[in-house]
Design a binder for this molecule. Structure first.
Ligand SMILES: [Zn+2]
Ligand SMILES: [Zn+2]
Ligand SMILES: [Zn+2]
Length: 129
């Protein structure tokens, strides 16, 4: 049995000769996901610069600017909209820009799924009816 690993004495010799180097390729970088959220209509996936929708409050979900909101109610327009489909029953009592928003998290998760390298291509189609 031949071993390719260095003995302790060999390692010390290499260290003294300055032959030890850092393997930079072994460093892992965590991917950073950012989702565009419109500050005008509160929808996910675009910014206010591209927005052609009506102004919607990010706090109460009514049709006024978030900055001018004087209401105490929290209504997430994205979760409200999502609940109109039979697929989801999200709680809506949070701000649209809240990080605990289920609509936001769903989008984040689907983004993670599509950017992650597929391990098995066959399992990828399971969500398509
Ligand atoms: Zn918008
Ligand atoms: Zn409001
Ligand atoms: Zn929400």
């Amino acid at each position: 049995m031949q071993s390719s690993s260095y003995s302790k004495r060999e390692a010390i010799q290499l260290l003294r000769r300055g032959r030890i180097f850092l393997d930079l390729q072994s460093c892992t970088v965590k991917p950073f996901y950012e989702i565009k959220r419109c500050i005008k209509c509160q929808k996910i996936g675009h910014t206010s610069l591209q927005c052609k929708n009506d102004t919607t409050c990010g706090k109460c979900g009514e049709s006024h600017d978030t900055r001018t909101c004087k209401k105490d109610t929290k209504q997430c327009i994205n979760c409200q909209h999502s609940n109109k489909t039979p697929k989801t029953t999200f709680s809506t009592d949070h701000y649209a820009f809240d990080n605990k928003c289920n609509s936001y998290r769903n989008t984040l998760n689907s983004l993670r799924d599509t950017t992650r390298p597929a391990k098995k291509a066959t399992t990828h189609n399971k969500n398509i009816p």
